[in-house]
Design a protein around this ligand. Sequence first.
Ligand SMILES: C[S@@+](CC[C@H](N)C(=O)[O-])C[C@H]1O[C@@H](n2cnc3c(N)ncnc32)[C@H](O)[C@@H]1O
Length: 288
Amino acid sequence: MSTFHHRNKHNGRYNMQKLIEVYPALEPYVTSLEAHDLSIDFSDSKAVKVLNQALLYLHYGIENWDFPDGHLCPPIPGRVDYIHHLADLVGEGEKRILDIGCGATCIYPTLGVAAYGWKFTGSDIEQQSIENARRIVQANPVLKDQVRLTVQKDRREFFEGVIGAKDFYDATMCNPPFYRSMKEADEVHKRKLRNLKGKKMEVDRNFGGTSAELVYEGGEFNFINSMIYKSRAFAQKVGWFTSLVSKGEHLKGLFKQLDKMDVQEYKVVEMGTGNKKTRILAWRYEKA
Ligand SMILES: C[S@@+](CC[C@H](N)C(=O)[O-])C[C@H]1O[C@@H](n2cnc3c(N)ncnc32)[C@H](O)[C@@H]1O
């Protein structure tokens, strides 16, 4: 069974008492009154957002983190796990990371700066998401000089238009849109809510994410497959290319694409994010 990375601060249960103490806005969302068994309603989008705000404040010193309803609400423990595994790949010291699809929440740059002091570029195809990410960066002095944000104007591209002629990134990272259609996204989301609540639920669109966040033609496989293909042209400009792969069955086809691109090395890092297993696919090219 895979677990969180050993440097992940969220290996145990949340310390709700402490979280409420430092972030009192969380208190109204705490559901159990028993001191030893405090929790929140994880099917309530507002409650999850406030819990995230409390976690970011307590553990990462991030004071201002907010985003409009409707965007994907990222679970902090799973997101920071990617950051820690990436740190194992890139090593210590000053690093520059490109987060492809940083989203409205700018979560990976936020955590990467807070945990390792890295410099980030965050890209996204959604102008509105970049605008909100910018608000987060501006509102937190620790992020201000560390995070650059840019709109990717061509949704078929990942690196082109973002990586400049003189740029070098120690790594790229990405949490890709995983569904083929909004219908598929809604069905999976309904199932998740049913598991949390034990009954049939309507889809809460404040929680699930926007279609650009969730859907790509051909789903996750096509997205990453295309990213691998397009990475070849940037072989000398990036140390490690990486992406989350939420479906293990996609790996075989992705390995084939990596072989075709003649990469120097690739590896899979298994990750445990709560009750969901996922993994990072990482590849790199020989440097000239
Ligand atoms: C699953 S969401 C991840 C958001 C955030 N990084 C997170 O982990 O919560 C995928 C993001 O990728 C963006 N996206 C889709 N295609 C893209 C592309 N070609 N270049 C940059 N971002 C893209 C979407 O708009 C969306 O914000």
